[in-house]
Write a protein that binds this ligand. Sequence first.
Ligand SMILES: NC(=O)c1ccc[n+]([C@@H]2O[C@H](COP(=O)([O-])OP(=O)(O)OC[C@H]3O[C@@H](n4cnc5c(N)ncnc54)[C@H](O)[C@@H]3O)[C@@H](O)[C@H]2O)c1
Length: 497
Amino acid sequence: VSGVRKAACIGGGVIGAGWAARLAWHGIDVTVCDPHPEAERRCRIVLANGEWAMARLYGAPVGEPGAVAFTTDIAEAVADADFVQESAPEDIPLKQAILAEIDRHAPAVALVCSSTSGLRPTVLQSVMDRPGRFMVGHPFNPVYLLPLVEVCGGEKTDAAAIDRAITFYRSLGMQPLHVRTEIDGFIADRLMEALWREALWLVNDGVATVAEIDDAVRYGPGLRWAMMGTFLTYRIAGGEDGMRHFMRQFGPALQWPWTKLTDVPDLTDDLIDRIATQSDEQADGVELRDLERQRDDGLVAIMQALKPLGIGAGAVLADQERARVGARAPVTPDLSVAAPLCLHTARVLPEWTDYNGHMTEHRYLQVFGDAADALFAAVGVDAAYLAGGHSYYTVESHLRHLGEAPADVPLHVETQLLDHDAKRIHAFHRLVRSDTDTLLATAEQLYLHVDTKEGRVCDAPEAVRDRLAAIAAAHGDLPLPDGAGRSVGLRRQVAAE
Ligand SMILES: NC(=O)c1ccc[n+]([C@@H]2O[C@H](COP(=O)([O-])OP(=O)(O)OC[C@H]3O[C@@H](n4cnc5c(N)ncnc54)[C@H](O)[C@@H]3O)[C@@H](O)[C@H]2O)c1
């Protein structure tokens, strides 16, 4: 959609590495440029965490993930990039020097965005010869999971460049928020800073510890914020009389001398010590990487939970999944060799396992369902086809469980077409553990072609039947797979006389 095939991440720290993970997952080759001697090692940890988290958020990547390369040379990193994301330290002269160099070496059509948390784009673009293609694209940590990216242009930014960036970020599963007025700190950081200031005062004044303040957020308002933000939450708090009532009732309280928002407590050594010590106690020895994993697991769970409800970040996730299915390149099965088709791969996610530590039953059906979808896609049943009101429905399945699948093992499904006619497909799938080539399960299934609007079975169109016929011809001489045609029942030995 966006035409971006290659990207450069300038600065590969917390944020730059998060960008690299999101970009690579979406099939874009990335070159990370960072002079720090430990940059590649640190970045690879974030890439691995990101891959793990996105696998759980989205399921398998739609296509091949992009490759990630490392360099310390900006010119080399951006030379053939379509998109450049700068995530260097928050320092105006340093960012300006880096942006000037990016501008000199990146192709003229490449977009250049900065991750800055609060610096004005007009200031940053002032050193560039082509400032029209530059803007802020302010993400949130972890970049590979959180959808929000604040897009803010400077005085010299082209409107068309902003449109392109918004389209591109959206294609990465993000929710771009166009910050139309150039202000320091943009929108989200202003809100977060208000809370942060107030929290610092509460610690400074000895009212609460850092853990108590975090509890006040995560057990209460934080849960609402994830779905609705501030205004919608308060609208509901106004009861049936809504926002006007809420403003009348609680508005005057804003005049009370509660807050110290315009002030900042002196960050004395004593205050910093107090916060750092309390923060250590709160973390209770849990290491940074474990905290990051907890955070990622929690974010994935929240977004997954919000997805079927179509609320907030869950709605973005649902949209992205639909777009990814629609964008899936039609799989052209290799029919030159007479072998079952390998159209679907997966990995056993931890939440797929049960108390025995192995993949639980209904996940087998899910994997075979995904394999069936891949078969349908291969014969032309894509998003447009489904939207047109036709689909295949599964009407019969016979599963056999033959081996155990512990968490994290790679899987693939081999699919053999047994039979087909205008209305039906009869297929046999073998689920194989890819690293050991062990057969884990088989599924024999029958699918019916349906008119989804009328709710009745109908003939598949000729184009779909032709593709099925081509597969059938390639599979015609394959032996009937072991287990095909089996039914459920006890097999008794007939006693030999
Ligand atoms: N950390 C956050 O939560 C967060 C959130 C949103 C935006 N940001 C913004 O992202 C940017 C990066 O922040 P971060 O948290 O990743 O910092 P970081 O310190 O983790 O990473 C910065 C990286 O830039 C590298 N670097 C230094 N000089 C460089 C140069 N000349 N060329 C290329 N790389 C260079 C450093 O080696 C380091 O790895 C900042 O502008 C920050 O405001 C941070």
